[in-house]
Design a protein around this ligand. Structure first.
Ligand code: F6R
Length: 606
């Protein structure tokens, strides 16, 4: 999604800092990118469509010497208006005095634009951001901070803004209202504003996390933070810069690197939380859960994270005996839901910044619901706003198609389920057996990665001759079929659909023939016999089938072998196969695997 950044020069070269930051953010949204550089009475703007490399190329011919004191940058993922240079940020007012970059959406921009047009303003872009620039021009006061404060009440929607003006060259204003923004600091007393904490690695090691409604006025080397018109103070927090870095090493794509990291990621999830010898579980969050009387768990998330939820819901039903509800954030917000004191609302998100999940979280909290976050990005909004929670410890995930974050979500969720199962009196031998089998999961994933990868690649290369695919699974494997299908379509651009295996006969069977292959996820669990029937049903219609299994009793046109494990733990293994299948097919088709078209890593807009 879009990203915004501002930097006031002291030691680093301003052009280099802005470029480094844009490259780090490129994976989030990359239709176009732009920068503005400011010195007294002069602003230089550079914009380019497509990759940041295009902007870099343009910048080669432009001199930005150290007389430029500050700069702002933006990566754009088009929402209002097409992918054009005019629509690329930064935007400005009629006199080219005020410059701003903006994340998220001004919902009443059409009404505001109409009023400004009546007053004689004209517009060069289709963006809602340009409307803010013209509003600022229309409401100019004697300082930039006052100007911005007078305009904010007119804006409806959610946004983060960074604004500077040639008329007030020693001022800069930042606003957070529903879209992430942090202030970064370092020992050289430089100030950074960034919509992404991680992208500050190497530049800042201390941050202030802004909250919705915060307005920051920078003047010279000082700044003030205001909320509801009053000055407030906020804690400066130290961040662990090393953990923010993500390198690709020798892998051709981040996605493949992240798939191969999964055994280590799971070990990290378990570290300090599972004592495999004594078969006991430990986490601060468990002590918080002990204080609650939970009768129902409602899971809220968006797509890949939502698939992790569905697996987890089965664990909470089977192992803990709890009622569960699984909700997609974007749909949940329209529901007339009731919160009971015995409900726990669990939000899962890799980024912790998904707008739909955050909106749902606020609605739940407004009704007094208890909230628990399962989040990867430590400094994210969901991590900070939920009442309690656990981190998934997957490390930075760069590939837009989520892989290791999903497996880390599964691992973390299983630990919570096992802890509650233990409290609810699960039979000790069953509990011990699951813990014992869990210890072996990282090695079993390695077996798939190092023994089966060549076979998966071979099959994937043959699959790209087809155009439509069905991913089929039952019970624990249905969410894995959904995740496998999502990954496949997301990075190959080939059409795929996931179905509960038996539902084929309620409609989709009409499409089964030799041209539309199926991927049947059929481990040796309680569903095996049913899956054998599904296989026969598909093959009777000449449908070709890839079978993912550890059983000798089921054979498809292509077979992918997985190690055997506990029936509750197969999702950790089958999902890795589905990731590799998608990866190799996409690689055979020369797709942009780490940055699939039209997608962004973190969906911070609604
Ligand atoms: C697909 C993918 C997305 C995300 C979804 C939620 O590979 O990554 O479906 O899972 O946008 O994102 P988070 O988990 O950051 O809330």
């Amino acid at each position: 999604m879009c990203g915004i950044f501002w930097y006031k020069w002291k030691t680093h070269n301003i052009k280099d800092v802005l470029l480094t930051w844009l490259k780090r953010l490129e994976y989030r949204g990359y239709d176009s990118a732009g920068m503005a550089f400011l010195k007294k009475w002069e602003v230089k703007v550079v914009k380019a469509l497509g990759k940041v490399a295009n902007l870099e190329e343009k910048l080669r011919n432009i001199t930005i010497d150290n007389s430029f004191e500050a700069g702002m940058a933006h990566t754009r993922w088009a929402t209002h208006g097409g992918v054009t240079l005019e629509n690329t940020h930064p935007h400005w007012d009629s006199g080219q005095s005020i410059f701003l970059v903006h994340n998220w959406i001004i919902e009443n921009f059409k009404e505001l634009k109409q009023e400004l047009t009546k007053k004689g303003y004209s517009f060069y872009s289709q963006t809602d951001t340009e409307v803010i620039a013209k509003l600022l021009e229309d409401n100019k006061k004697d300082t930039l901070l006052k100007t911005v404060e007078s305009v904010l009440p007119l804006l409806e929607g959610a946004y983060a803004l960074l604004i500077f003006s040639k008329d007030f060259p020693d001022e800069m204003v930042a606003v957070r209202f529903g879209s992430p923004l942090v202030i970064g600091f370092n020992d050289q007393k430089e100030i950074f504003f960034s919509s992404d904490t991680q992208a500050l690695a190497g530049f800042a090691d201390k941050v202030i996390f802004l909250d919705d409604g915060d307005v920051v006025g920078v003047k010279g080397n000082d700044f003030v933070i205001k909320s509801n018109g009053k000055l407030i103070s906020k804690a400066i927090e130290k961040i662990d810069v090393e953990s923010l870095k993500a390198e690709k090493w020798d892998f051709p794509h981040y996605m493949l690197k992240e798939i191969f990291e999964q055994p280590e990621v799971l070990k990290n999830v378990f570290r300090g939380r599972v004592d495999f010898k004594s078969k006991t579980l430990h986490a601060d969050a468990f002590r918080e859960l002990d204080k609650l009387d939970i009768q129902r768990i409602v899971f809220i998330a968006s797509w890949t994270s939502y698939h992790a939820w569905i697996v987890a819901a089965r664990w909470f039903e089977d192992l803990v005996g709890l009622d569960t509800g699984v909700e997609i954030g974007s749909e949940f917000v329209y529901k007339n839901f009731k919160v009971k004191p015995t409900d726990l609302y669990v939000f899962i998100s890799q980024s912790g910044e998904t707008a739909d999940s955050i909106e749902a979280l606020k609605l739940v909290q407004a009704k007094g619901g208890k909230t628990f976050g399962i989040v990867n990005v430590v400094w994210s909004t969901i991590a900070r706003v939920t009442d309690m929670g656990m981190f998934t410890r997957a490390g930075t995930e760069v590939g837009v198609a989520s892989t290791k974050a999903f497996v880390a979500q599964l691992g973390t969720l299983l630990l919570v389920a096992l802890y509650l199962a233990y409290k609810n009196g699960i039979a000790k031998p069953e509990f011990d057996k699951i813990i014992e089998d869990l210890a072996a999961i990282p090695t079993k994933i390695e077996e798939i990665l190092y023994r089966e990868n060549a076979n998966i690649k071979d099959i994937a290369y043959q699959l790209v001759d087809y155009y439509n695919f069905f991913f089929l699974g039952r019970h624990y494997q249905l969410p894995i079929a959904m995740e496998g299908s999502l990954k496949f379509k997301e990075i190959t651009y080939l059409h795929s659909e996931a179905y509960p295996a038996w539902e084929l006969k309620h409609g989709p069977l009409a499409l089964i023939d030799e041209k539309n292959p199926s991927i049947l996820i059929a481990p040796n669990d309680l569903m095996l016999e049913h899956n054998i029937s599904t296989l026969e049903e598909v093959r009777a219609r000449k449908g070709k089938v890839v079978v993912i299994t550890d059983s000798q009793a089921i054979k498809g046109d292509w077979n992918i072998k997985i190690p055997s494990t506990n029936r509750f733990l197969y999702p950790f293994l089958t999902v890795v196969v589905s990731q590799l299948l998608a990866y190799h097919a996409a690689q055979k088709l020369w797709r942009e695997i780490d940055k699939p078209r039209n997608l962004a890593k973190s969906v911070t807009v609604k």
